[in-house]
Design a protein around this ligand. Structure first.
Ligand SMILES: [Zn+2]
Length: 137
């Protein structure tokens, strides 16, 4: 058995019953790298301390044997992350099209709506809650 095979077998045995890296663990590693870079740029020690906590929690999660708990944490993180990413995409999209459209929220359900600019005052029906109201654009 070669040295690399021994290492691979050892790692496989070590990871039995453990989940290994998931999205939350990888996000924590990335956050740790970003924070340690911030700490070396700004010389603020708190960033370094928080980055160590992020690394530590990430490694703890990868080697934890409580798979169900780690899975539930990861699902929570993914739900939060997808919501945040979608809000960010919508914000960027609105900023891109600000010259062509006027954006506003439905007074009933607060959904984002848009009207082409310079159409004057029109009666708008919300696509989500079907309430009608007048809006200037
Ligand atoms: Zn609505």
């Amino acid at each position: 058995m070669s040295f690399m095979q021994k290492v691979r077998d050892g790692l496989r045995r070590l990871m039995v019953g453990r989940r290994g890296p998931d999205e939350l663990s990888l996000a924590l590693l990335v956050a740790g790298v970003v924070l340690s870079m911030l700490s070396s740029i700004t010389r603020i020690g708190l960033f370094y301390l928080v980055s160590l906590v992020a690394y530590g929690f990430s490694i703890y999660r990868m080697f934890s044997r409580r798979i169900e708990k780690r899975y539930a944490e990861n699902v929570k993180f993914l739900t939060f992350w997808r919501g945040w990413r979608s809000s960010l995409k919508q914000f960027i999209n609105r900023a891109k099209n600000m010259r062509k459209y006027k954006y506003y929220k439905c007074p009933q359900c607060h959904a984002w709506l848009r009207l082409p600019r310079k159409v004057g005052e029109v009666t708008v029906t919300c696509g989500k809650c079907h309430s009608s109201f007048k809006q200037k654009a």
